[in-house]
Design a protein around this ligand. Structure first.
Ligand code: ADP
Length: 759
């Protein structure tokens, strides 16, 4: 439904309801007051009629007084002089004063003379005996011996109502003794009522209260009047209203109902006024409605519709620079302004979103490139590691004295071996880096003695120290508690820090390692040297990946051991490992040439916490200590037979492997994927050989399963496959294999590889 239509309906409905209410209440209030006016008016009319009747009676009374207190009448009662009758009781006299009855009674109550006249026909009629009887029966009321006593009023006799007056007959001086009573009467007949009607200018009806043929309204009004109401007013139709009054007789008894009726002029006037008001209101309402709608349409709706159309077409065109236009200076204009502000904001957001999208695309590319880089580093390191382990193995065999080399060759072999070791370390660092990036660096949890760690580092780096003529002193607090941590990774930390100290301390320098307990549960390890030192601006950054201080090489002593050509990865890996243990590492140096001290603090329960909880949530997990104590039997610590598990379905292939490895190692075999997984988890071999193409669960799947299982994740797994396979090496890397070989293998290659993992 359109706003226009809605407004029309709402305004019309409101006006209609108001009209009905107004009409109703004005009708109730106004018409009531008009009815009151009508009632008051008619009440006055009825009172006027009753007053006319009273005046009528009073006029008879006055006339009677003149006649009764007159010497002629006084004498006539005594002497019955006929001349009095002839000269005074003439028909014309009766008609002249409008009297129908005269009754002369002497003091004994005897009728001296009585005369009745029908004025209309001017015929004498007898005085009703009932009137005479009434006068005699009520003699006491009619008078007392008091000469002044008289009475007047209406009496009801069977012939009808009569207005009468009774006076004592006295002389003209109004002196007694009283000789009798003169009674005069006028019939309240139709002639008299018509006369009164003309005087009052009102129709008058007079009926007795109990008259059988009286109209019902008169009877009803009579009853109401008898109930005590002095005047009753009652509408008898829409055009006429009647008023009723009560007439009492001389003794005060109600005898007659007087009625008049008038047209309802006031009421009709009220009706007309009300209708005029109603139509005027309707006209005004229609006008107000029409004007409001026109104004609403012009001032609001049309402009709103234009605004809507503008916004709609902007939306369709999708033009971010388009704006709406509305003239004026009111709320609609303000709305248009707000719409424009919103459009501007939208335009801004649109360009921000476009920029964001572009940035996201670039970011995605960068992430992809980074993943590609990580993948490449991971694969390259894997590929490099296997041959390097083999080269190293052969070199060690050659240097063990099995071959006869001249000193020069032995020296050259030593250099080759040293560089191979360095290369292996770089490859290991790169592998660690990819593991850290992919959150695959999993910590073991063993009881580790810090003193042992120091010793391991010292023996590992012993030859370098000696060659560089460096002294190493250790300050290890007595009875230092063991730490729960990953032994190999902590050894890596200490070796790296001491290795750096060797690298960056000129020949003849001094290196100090220390370990002490801080508080109850923190071990503080420090490695200090009096080497080339580090400027303060580098102190934070040396823990960043690939960060190297450019001028470090200029401090090189020039010997082989102090090449100072690292990768810039060592300290970042140290930091990651320490933080994964819930610890902290930092460096202090007073500047160039002033040596450096590296501090590592570790909680004694280091293996139970990780530095970066966000990353911990992803995949870094701490390996629980196996019930059987794998730490005590780890390949690096043992000199006895290594347990080698071969998972291979083909018996001939197993026999070939057995031929090479048997005798040197404790061999176990599994010919199905299921038994292989179980054997690996329960027997906990030191190394696993795994054929990539196992039926059912493939070798790669077995490898991923074992690399995820707490008991087996740290066991080196060597995956082998036919050389013609596609991307086998890559699959092995993805599955987490530590080395990949193609068959057939050479005997030496296998053993050097196994020995490499023993180290
Ligand atoms: P690199 O493989 O280059 O040694 P690291 O991450 O181990 O990488 O070290 C980062 C840098 O920190 C080094 O290039 C070196 O400049 C500086 N550095 C590390 N240890 C020391 C030290 N003991 N004395 C002086 N400089 C050091």
């Amino acid at each position: 439904m359109s706003v226009r239509f809605k407004s029309l309906i709402i305004i019309s409905a409101t006006i209609l309801v108001l009209m009905i209410a107004l009409n109703y209440y004005s009708r109730v209030i106004l018409m009531d007051s008009f009815k009151d006016l009508e009632r008051d008016d008619l009440r006055q009319d009825v009172e006027r009629i009753l007053n006319l009747l009273s005046d009528d009676v009073a006029s008879i009374d006055t006339l009677n007084h003149d006649w009764a207190a007159w010497d002629d009448t006084y004498r006539f009662i005594e002497d019955g002089n006929p001349a009095y009758v002839e000269s005074n009781l003439m028909n014309q006299t009766f008609a002249g004063v409008n009297i129908n009855v005269m009754l002369f009674l002497n003091a004994a109550g005897e009728t001296i003379i009585s005369k009745g006249l029908d004025i209309e026909s001017m015929r004498e009629i007898p005085v009703p005996a009932e009137l005479v009887d009434y006068a005699l029966a009520n003699w006491d009321i009619f008078g007392t011996p008091d000469p002044e006593d008289h009475i007047s009023g209406v009496v009801l006799i069977p012939q009808g109502a009569v207005m009468i007056s009774a006076h004592q007959i006295l002389d003209s001086e109004a002196q007694g003794p009283v000789r009798g009573r003169l009674i005069m009467g006028r019939y309240l007949d139709t002639t008299e009522i018509d006369r009164l009607s003309q005087l009052a200018r009102l129709p008058i009806t007079i009926r007795t209260l109990d008259e059988p043929g009286a109209p019902p309204d008169l009877k009803e009004a009579g009853t109401a009047l008898l109930d005590g109401r002095d005047i009753v007013v009652k509408p008898i139709s829409d055009d006429l209203v009647s008023g009723y009054g009560l007439l009492r007789d001389i003794q005060g008894q109600p005898i007659l109902t007087v009625r008049t009726e008038v047209p309802r002029a006031i009421y009709a006037q009220g009706e007309r006024a009300l209708w005029f008001l109603t139509w005027a209101l309707i006209g005004a309402s229609v006008a107000v409605c029409a004007v409001s709608l026109v104004l609403l349409d012009r001032m609001v709706l049309k402009r709103l519709f234009k605004l809507r159309d503008d916004v709609g077409s902007i939306g369709k065109a999708g033009d971010p620079q388009a704006r709406v236009s509305v003239t004026g200076n009111d709320e609609v204009t303000q709305l248009a302004g707000e719409v424009n502000v919103m459009l501007e904001a939208l335009q801004r957001y649109q360009s921000e979103i476009a920029e964001k999208k572009a940035l996201e695309a670039v970011n995605r590319q960068l992430v992809e490139l980074n993943q590609l880089k990580s993948k490449f580093i991971s694969m390259a390191s894997h590929e490099l590691r296997t041959p390097l382990v083999a080269i190293q193995g052969y070199l060690d065999l050659m240097r063990d004295g099995s071959a006869n080399f001249s000193d020069e060759h032995a020296r050259m072999l030593g250099i080759v071996s040293e560089n191979t070791r360095r290369l292996t370390r770089i490859v290991s660092e790169l592998l660690d880096l990819t593991k850290i990036e992919e959150n695959r660096l999993i910590l073991g949890k063993e009881r580790v003695s810090v003193a042992d760690l120091m010793e391991t580092a010292a023996s590992e780096l012993g030859s370098s120290l000696r060659k560089r003529n460096l002294t190493l002193s250790a300050e290890i607090q007595q009875a230092l508690p063991e730490i729960t941590a990953d032994r190999d990774r902590l050894a890596q930390v200490v070796i790296n820090l001491v290795g750096n100290a060797i690298k960056y301390t000129p020949d003849g320098g001094h290196i100090r390692v220390g370990a002490r307990l801080e508080g109850d549960a923190t071990i503080h390890i420090s490695v200090s040297d009096n080497g080339i030192g580090i400027e303060s601006k580098h102190l934070e950054r040396i823990f960043d990946r690939f960060y190297e201080i450019a001028e470090v090489t200029s401090h090189s002593t020039g010997t082989d051991e102090f090449m100072a050509s690292g990768t810039g990865l060592g300290l970042s890996i140290v930091k990651e490992i320490v933080e994964l243990h819930g610890g902290r590492v930092w460096c202090e140096s007073e500047g160039k040439g002033k040596g450096a001290t590296f501090h590592v603090v570790l909680p004694t329960e280091a293996g139970g916490s990780v530095a970066n909880p966000e990353r911990a949530e992803k995949s870094v997990a701490v390996r629980p200590v196996p019930a059987t104590g794998t730490a005590e039997t780890s390949p690096a610590d043992r000199n006895g037979h290594l347990k080698v598990l071969v998972i291979e379905e083909n018996e001939e292939a197993f026999a070939a492997l057995k031929g090479v490895l048997d005798g040197k190692y404790e061999l176990m075999s599994a010919t199905t994927s299921g038994t292989g997984i179980k054997a690996a988890i329960w027997k906990k071999p030191d190394i696993i050989f795994l054929h990539a193409r196992m039926p059912g669960v493939s070798g790669y799947d077995i490898c991923s399963i074992l690399k995820k299982h707490a008991n087996t994740r740290s066991i080196p797994i060597i995956v082998f496959a036919q050389p013609n396979g596609d991307g086998e090496s890559e699959k092995a890397t993805t599955a987490g294999a530590d080395a990949f070989l193609t068959v057939p293998f050479e005997g030496g290659e296998l053993t050097t590889l196994v020995e490499g993992f023993r180290r």
